[in-house]
Design a protein around this ligand. Structure first.
Ligand code: SF4
Ligand code: SF4
Length: 129
């Protein structure tokens, strides 16, 4: 499964809220699938990914907030010591992102431009580092 780096965070913080009904249904299924199968192979991808597929902000394969999300992706890679193209089990990448970002408070800068920030701040993640 292709996942863009900052979605390592968003998937862990998901509480059922999304951009519209189709996106939320898709994300609910994706998050549930990764929870049921944490060994799912994930490849860190530049650009639209498995989650973006059903997003209303995905126009012909390009995010309408490209500059903002590219910056978040780069910040996640930098904080986690990861790079595009790396493949690993979902659980391993999720734990790394939790340890390097949520447990160090780096989401305060990584996520600061996101509309969901106040909601995610109050959401506990389930993956242990
Ligand atoms: S604040 Fe935004 S970027 Fe950060 S985890 Fe939540 S939804 Fe993802
Ligand atoms: S807002 Fe952009 S990065 Fe986020 S899910 Fe939609 S298309 Fe993907």
């Amino acid at each position: 499964m292709k996942i863009r780096p900052h979605h390592l965070l968003c998937i862990q913080k998901y509480t059922g809220h999304g951009y519209d009904a189709a996106f939320t249904a898709h994300m609910t299924a994706l998050v549930s699938g990764l929870s049921d199968r944490p060994q799912t192979r994930v490849t860190l991808t530049k650009g639209c990914d498995a989650l973006c597929l059903a997003c209303p902000h995905n126009i012909d394969g390009v995010c309408t907030s490209l500059e903002k999300v590219d910056k978040m992706d780069a910040a996640v890679l930098n904080a986690c010591g990861l790079s595009y193209g790396i493949s690993a089990p979902w659980e391993q990448l999720a734990r790394r992102a939790k340890k390097q970002i949520f447990m160090t408070g780096k989401e305060e800068t990584v996520c600061s431009g996101c509309q969901w920030f106040s909601l995610c701040r109050e959401t506990e993640t389930t993956y242990e580092p």
